[in-house]
Write a protein that binds this ligand. Structure first.
Ligand code: DGL
Length: 264
């Protein structure tokens, strides 16, 4: 039986990652889990986030997966340094995101935007400093961004006002590399770019994860599918019309089938 790639987020933000991966790997099947019933993770304790994460990884493992991806920065903070789960390769967004930011940054001054949980953990700062001790890291929690995305308030004066508030220090410090340390934030890319200006590089999780996945294929740790009879499943732990519409919008133009409501 064909094996798929398991991927999860606290909600629908991780679909920004699924979209990129599904476009880069057109023969691969994916099984996505959005834990909408318990969103947000960003204001929860590390113990609770870890408990939810383990539950979801077990659920995805039961779906016949060959790799597991944590497409949620808040959840990635509690699985840092863990590269497999019960024998299955496990990827998180923080280590590859940090490497990519250091690669593209000329002055090694890097800002990290994230949920309160991600920023409170200092996972990016610790990882960036471990990789390059000369790097200067500024962290900024942006707790209002996730609800704005979940409500579809994008390309909107309200979002720009909020961005202006959160990003003022980063602008003042003339930081040119900004990690979008939450998988919801790529949806706000145009609002953020407008606020920060065109010469600021925004580092996204989807892109960096596709390189990590490519490396797993190349090294033969997991095998590539050769035919194109793939399936993309999007499972969520709560289902309303609102989520159905939002999921279509986030994945557009990639088609997705009906959302599946699952119990963990
Ligand atoms: N998408 C999650 C992340 O990347 C944030 C959403 C939440 O707070 O649950 O951190």
């Amino acid at each position: 039986m064909k094996k798929s790639i398991g991927i999860f987020d606290s909600g629908l933000g991780g679909l920004t990652v699924l979209k990129v991966l599904s476009q880069k790997f057109p023969n691969e099947s994916f099984c996505y889990l959005g834990d909408i019933a318990r969103l947000p993770y960003g204001n929860k304790s590390p113990e609770t986030i870890r408990k939810y994460g383990v539950q979801i990884l077990k659920f995805l493992k039961d779906q016949n997966v060959k790799a597991l991806i944590i497409a949620c920065n808040s959840a990635s903070t509690v699985f840092l340094g863990e590269h497999e789960f019960e024998g299955i390769p496990l990827l998180n967004v923080i280590e590859p995101g940090s490497k990519e930011a250091l690669r593209v940054s000329a002055d090694k001054k890097i800002a990290v935007l994230g949920t309160s949980a991600t920023i409170r953990s200092h996972a990016y700062e610790k990882t960036l400093k471990r990789l390059d001790s000369s790097s200067v890291v500024i962290e900024q929690a942006c707790p209002l961004f996730v609800p704005l995305v979940e409500e579809g308030i994008v390309d909107d004066p309200i979002t720009e006002m909020v961005a202006e508030r959160y990003l003022s220090e980063i602008k003042k410090d003339k930081i040119k590399t900004v990690i979008l340390g939450c998988t919801h934030y790529p949806v706000l890319k145009s609002d953020l770019a407008k606020t920060l200006g065109p010469d600021v590089v925004l580092v996204e999780s989807g892109e960096v994860l596709s390189e990590q996945l490519q490396a797993l294929f190349k090294s033969g740790v997991i095998l590539k599918e050769v035919d194109n009879s793939r399936q993309i499943r999007v499972c969520i732990t709560d289902l309303t019309d609102h989520f159905e519409r939002l999921a279509q919008k986030l994945m557009n133009p990639e088609p997705i089938g009906q959302l599946e409501k699952v119990v963990l």
